[in-house]
Design a protein around this ligand. Structure first.
Ligand code: GUN
Length: 174
């Protein structure tokens, strides 16, 4: 998809296409649409990230809370978004054995209890063997630092989702 096409989208089409660049936060795409035209994919991405950065802490935590747990109940129930499902499947999180699932559920619960939002990790850049260790490591960090790290993961996820939507040509930009 090229930028000319993106810039020609009406509001509804844009939100349909880019509404899940940030998991379950179509409001961000709705706000970004107003910033068109975009010069290239980096410019488009910049607007998504700037919106996140400009939010007060409560809004940033709200974004994190829109994410499902990795290998959590929504995965079991089949209620994940298509993007999250693909990412979790790619990381092998759909084929955990019962002990691995339990361990992750315990760590996810500890993380949520400590920070008040779910553990977010760019699953496509990780795998089932690495996730529990990374979760246990991040559980130890100071809350302010962890909020920054988690938002960095939201951006990594968003960058990969945008690249999927725009394709290699869109990524290179004109
Ligand atoms: N990493 C990639 N997608 C997701 C998601 O949907 N939830 C969480 N917690 N991490 C992710």
């Amino acid at each position: 998809m090229d930028m000319e096409k993106v810039n020609s989208m009406d509001f509804g089409e844009f939100v349909d296409v880019f509404g899940n660049v940030v998991e379950r936060c179509p409001l961000i795409a709705a706000a970004v649409w107003s910033q068109r035209p975009f010069s290239n994919s980096e410019d488009l991405e910049k607007h998504f990230f700037a919106f996140i950065d400009a939010l007060p802490q409560s809004g940033q935590e709200g974004i994190l809370r829109c994410h499902p747990d990795l290998a959590g109940r929504e995965l079991q129930q089949g209620t994940l978004t298509a993007e999250s499902r693909r990412e979790q499947r790619g990381a092998g999180l759909m084929s955990l054995d019962a002990a691995e699932r339990l361990r992750l559920a315990e760590l996810n619960a500890q993380y949520r209890a400590r920070f008040g939002f779910p553990f977010v990790l760019a699953a496509r850049l990780s795998d089932r063997a690495a996730v529990p260790g990374e979760l246990a490591r991040r559980l130890q960090r100071p809350p302010a630092e962890e909020l920054r790290t988690a938002l960095g993961e939201v951006k990594k996820i968003g960058r990969l989702r945008l690249a999927d939507l725009l394709g290699a040509a869109g990524l290179a930009g004109p």
